[in-house]
Design a protein around this ligand. Sequence first.
Ligand code: KG4
Ligand code: ZN
Length: 334
Amino acid sequence: MKDTYILGIETSCDETSCSIVKNGHEEINTVILSQVDIHTLYGGVVPEIASRNHIKDIVFVIDKCLKDSKIKIDDISAIAVTHGPGLVGSLLVGLEAAKTISYIYNKPLVPVHHIRSHIYANNLEKKMTFPLMTLIISGGHTELLYMKNHFDYEIVGRTLDDAVGECYDKVGRVLNIPYPAGPVIDKLAHKGSPSYNLPLPLNDDSFNFSYSGLKSAVINLVHNLEQKGNTLNKEDLACSFQNIVVDSLTSKTIKAMKKYNVKNLILAGGVAANKGIREKFDTLAKENGFDFSYPNIKYCTDNATMVAAAGYFLYKEGKVSTLEINADSGAKFE
Ligand code: KG4
Ligand code: ZN
């Protein structure tokens, strides 16, 4: 069978990325230009700065990806691109670049929802086996998704307020940890002990999550300690906080897997890089006899490799778009 090469483009937030993936699972080449060093200065992503940098970098990133891959544009079957959700100015840059290539070289355009891309980061590691449960944990999302196959799925639960990555970043801010705080809190947590008392969020029968109460509890605790002139043990607080996050995510996920009788679990999104979460699920997988896998750390945060991987399955299913498609900053994954 002839190989299918998809060129993916990702610019939904602060990474400008292009990648070529073969048959939905084999990375040929990826280029990622991260703007993290720029946005760290402001304590978070500044949308206007993000889109200006995408404009500056996009042509270079696509050109370098193609040249270094040694794949000719004629061998590319389709152009996959993130159309939403994300920052509208950022999305537009990638989408316009993808449309231009699609028009000039007469290649089908495949719009990819950002959540779908994060899920397919798993397929680059190991072929996804259905039915499966996927826990999507990123800076913008916290969702449990039951997938019967590539295109038949059901959202089982989601956060009612903050996303888990957002909660990490906001807790980081009060602890003077630069954005993105998730990886630093994860490291600190492994050096501390859970000596601070924090509330378990939304400990109910639903499969939904809630992180704004936990975030406020941490912020209040830090302010109270400061007012009283008491010293704060950052490692212990990181450990206490992360333990609660891990407990809330794992307990609801395991309950959902039992209800839906699913034996495969995958993680998706930037927070899937978290060591504490991976370790707990590893233990639970052994105890409960299910298969657990997660993307390579380099595919957890935003990249075009996962866009091209997801784009392959959409392309094979004929889910292509006209050039009329617009960026959709609030695109729902339904
Ligand atoms: O998926 P992503 O790149 O962006 C969105 O699509 O939202 O995820 C970025 C998020 C940030 O909130 C960052 O703090 C978090 O992922 N993150 C982590 C870790 N690595 C990245 N959170 C907890 N532990 C980590 N090791
Ligand atoms: Zn993302």
